[in-house]
Design a protein around this ligand. Sequence first.
Ligand code: HEM
Length: 551
Amino acid sequence: MTKQLDLLDIQGNILRAYGRFGYPVARYVFLNVRNTAKGREFVGEITKKVTTSVEWGDGPGKIKQPDRTVNIAFTYQGLKDLGVPISSLVGFSPEFASGMKGRKDILGDDGPSSPEHWDPIWRGNRETREKDVHIFISLNALAGQGLDWLTVAEKNRDDAYAWLLDEINKTEGGVVLLDGHLGDDDANLNYQDVRVVLDNNGVPTPKEHFGYTDGISDPVFEGVPYDERRVKGRGKQMPGGTWAPLATGEFLLGHVDEAKEYPPAPEPILLSRNGTYMIYRKLHENVATFDRYLEEQGSKFPGGKALLAAKFVGRWPDTGVPLVKAPDAASNAKFGAQLLSLNAALNAAQKKGDKESVKSNEQAIDDILSDFTYDDDMSGAKCPFSSHIRRINPRASLEMMNEEGDKPGSFKVSKDAFDTPGALANRRRLLRRGLPYGEVKDRTRDDGNHGIVIMMVNADINRQFEFVQQQWVNYGNDFKAGNDKEIILGNHSMDDNFPSKAVIEADPDSDQPPYILSKIPRLVVTRGGDYFFIPSMTALRMIAQGVIDPT
Ligand code: HEM
């Protein structure tokens, strides 16, 4: 195993999806720097409170889990206005310098997703100097243990926000809080709040607003402390059916990536090493259109509505079980019952502090939810090629698709082309952070304030996030699906003369024809976002002190 990374130097939001570690509530704040010296001083003060990736718990090298986390990132313009020298700035990637709005054509942000419809904070970006987003600060709040879990979390968040406002005030206008986030009834807010979705009894759920179980998969990479069991399904597929962690350089600058190269990064190395890029995207969910379309197509689809809902994502909404493991409702119900008892046993073990039992139950849950490949589903009959998870992480199924098999719709396995079976997908992986925002108050309407704030972390925005969004989400050629878009996220046509479609593949051994999803409406709409650089702790101190010397 490779040497452990310097966890004290890496910001905590890179390694941890806080929502899964007891932080169900967060507030995202965006700032504009008006004075370089005061801006640097501010960064220095915030840096003292930044949450690193150091492990939580008892024992050597570990710290107590904090009540709230603080993390900070910068846009290109932000780094420029904080005085990062031009000779360093030129080393950042062009797409980072251009920002999300400038990349709208690549990202497919058109029609209702185009920047003129974004929340005001993201519209003014890079055009009106005083409204430029320069700094991102995220405050995640730890929940309480009892019935007052949410009250405790909200208090932790409010305390953190009060502290931050105080720090901003101390700059006397050197750093300014930006408004322009739309909330309920289009209220103009100074922050973006996010929170887990609650069920009808106010109990937190792992769901997003369409109703799918979310937050299961997250890549595992070298140098990070993890249990061996987490690598299965989350790392990369290896010859012989085993799994290994991905190369660190896919997610952190200054480390070797899957191509055994260092990802392009700015000089000096102290500025970039252990830092990375983050894509912030606020995505509105058209829940009424989703429900209506699912109802309409589900009444015609031979497998019925519940199976069709699973086909959209590649996992069953209620259990999260992948379709390749549970291709029909009966097998989903069986896995669902197993998961219920495993989760109950896990909770009991956690209460008792029985570490061995916690581990074995977690392992069994992971085996069901995460440990899978598409190797036995090369026709897409179980998990459609246009489903969300197959388009976004095809695992090793693309390499296997370059030769037609003996039967129509089947493919031969190509064994020789690459060192590892999933070499193509391994270079497009994304860490996912963020939480849902808002509440669905009326499911018969699309408008309202509800969706997901998703933050993807990767070492190369163009090779990873933008490629996935452009080539795999909004275009289907790599999947032999022509112009078909990914069902959930695709920027489906708004023109009735050129409607969007996608294929739900049938088993080539059966006499069933494939099902064609026709006139797919736009289910997800972009409400804004931008590209950020998350510096290491070392780089943060250098930015604060103005001592970056690329020579
Ligand atoms: C409103 C928008 C979205 C919804 C409702 C949504 C929903 C889901 C769901 C239900 C899953 C399965 C659970 C899991 O594997 O954790 C998932 C997985 C995933 N999503 Fe999304 N998602 C959305 C946007 C995005 C975007 C914009 C991206 C990146 C371009 C993305 C990247 C991923 C990734 C990488 C996975 C894991 C796939 C795997 O490794 O198998 N999602 N999403």
